[in-house]
Design a protein around this ligand. Structure first.
Ligand SMILES: Nc1ncnc2c1ncn2[C@@H]1O[C@H](COP(=O)(O)OP(=O)(O)OP(=O)(O)O)[C@@H](O)[C@H]1O
Ligand SMILES: O=P(O)(O)OC[C@H]1O[C@](O)(CO)[C@@H](O)[C@@H]1O
Ligand SMILES: [Mg+2]
Length: 328
């Protein structure tokens, strides 16, 4: 597609919000303005496309959002977009608004939706990875991941104060429905005794042995970080099983929940979001489509969307080793 054929693009945020999504929207809007094309902000992800809820955004309409968590365009998990009828309505509004392409800011699910939409109606799109989960292949980090990690370690540091004061064992659940990136990295950074993630086969025996060893080594308190998607069980199940084996332990459970998704994005997330926003618009202008803009080794790269979704980001075995060695 020649550069001049793109006149108007739509931008939306979809799936779970993540800190830095606003920064990415700002970058897309301002890059559009820089390259003299119109930018339309679509409300509540695919929901807004289906319901024709969208309006034009200019460079001043995204002022003062660079540092704000959440997404001012709002986001949604649209069930209707999963249906052919819903996507047909979305395409009708895409045409009605004379859009030439979409920038989709979201996670693997949002990219899957965009890919299906592209196959059905040949709608050109570029994905920007915006999710705290960091579960997307083709980028060293997703937008929001770094902020979420920093929020988690701050919370665990506070829990540690209480855990050490009371000689307690804490089970801390962090987000990650299917991914253990937040758990593994925050666990290492906060000095967890054990880290349980869905990508690694864990056993209750091993967990109990770890706790026993830590007590024998003279530790009076322990923090166990558990990813939401851990297959062995949730934090309450694990705490119950541990209490059964060690009735003398004083055990507490903390579920960090959605505080991990909010807050002002870190510098790293703001720079990432700014670079990927510009990269997405430039890719569309160059006629690229069905790709995700990402950052690898500090360079912008484009990955076929199918790869970004299917390959998933892999857990680094070295991190698992480091966590184990340092929990001695
Ligand atoms: N197979 C699919 N077909 C059509 N649309 C889909 C499909 N999968 C996901 N979507 C659309 O993408 C939306 C977001 O997906 P999902 O809820 O998995 O979040 P995500 O983008 O992976 O972000 P996160 O994991 O960070 O919350 C869905 O609500 C739906 O509208
Ligand atoms: O806010 P919701 O819809 O409950 O989704 C929670 C999920 O979203 C995420 O925060 C991002 O995908 C996951 O880590 C978590 O499992
Ligand atoms: Mg996802």
């Amino acid at each position: 597609m020649a550069k001049k054929s793109i006149k108007k693009i739509g931008v939306l945020t979809s799936g779970g919000d993540s800190p830095g999504m606003n920064t990415a929207i700002r970058a897309v809007v301002r890059a559009c303005s820089y390259y003299n094309i119109q930018c339309i902000g679509i409300k509540e992800g695919y929901h807004g496309l289906i319901n024709n809820d969208m309006s034009e955004l200019g460079p001043r309409s995204v002022k003062h959002i660079i540092n704000r968590g959440g997404t001012f365009l709002k986001t949604a998990r649209s069930q209707e977009f999963r249906t052919p009828e819903g996507r047909k309505k979305a395409f009708e509004n895409f045409k009605l608004n004379e859009l030439d392409a979409l920038v989709v800011i979201g996670g693997d699910g949002s990219f899957t939706g965009a890919s299906v939409f592209h196959k059905e109606f040949e709608v050109p799109f570029i994905g920007i990875p915006g999710t705290i989960d960091n579960d997307i292949f083709g980028t060293d980090a997703t937008i929001g991941y770094d902020t979420a990690l920093n929020t988690v370690i701050e919370a665990i540091d506070r829990i540690r104060d209480s855990a050490t004061s009371h000689n307690r064992v804490f089970f801390v659940e962090v987000m990650g429905r299917d991914a253990g990136f937040i758990a593994l990295n925050s666990g290492i950074a906060s000095g967890a005794q054990d880290i349980l993630i869905p990508e690694k086969k864990d056993s209750l025996e091993e967990l109990l042995q770890t706790l026993e060893r830590s007590q024998q080594a003279g530790k009076n308190s322990s923090i166990i970080v558990v990813a939401e998607g851990e297959e062995l069980g949730n934090v309450y199940d694990l705490a119950k099983a541990t209490q059964k084996k060690f009735p003398e332990y004083d055990i507490r459970v903390t579920v960090l929940g959605h505080i991990q998704r909010g807050g002002s994005p870190t510098c790293q997330d703001r720079v990432l979001a700014s670079r990927l926003g510009v990269a997405a618009v430039e890719a569309i202008l160059e006629g690229k489509s069905n790709l995700m803009a990402g950052l690898r080794s500090n360079k912008v790269v484009y990955t076929p969307i199918e790869e970004a979704i299917k390959k998933h980001n892999q857990i680094d075995e070295e991190l698992i080793k480091v966590a184990k060695i340092l929990a001695i």
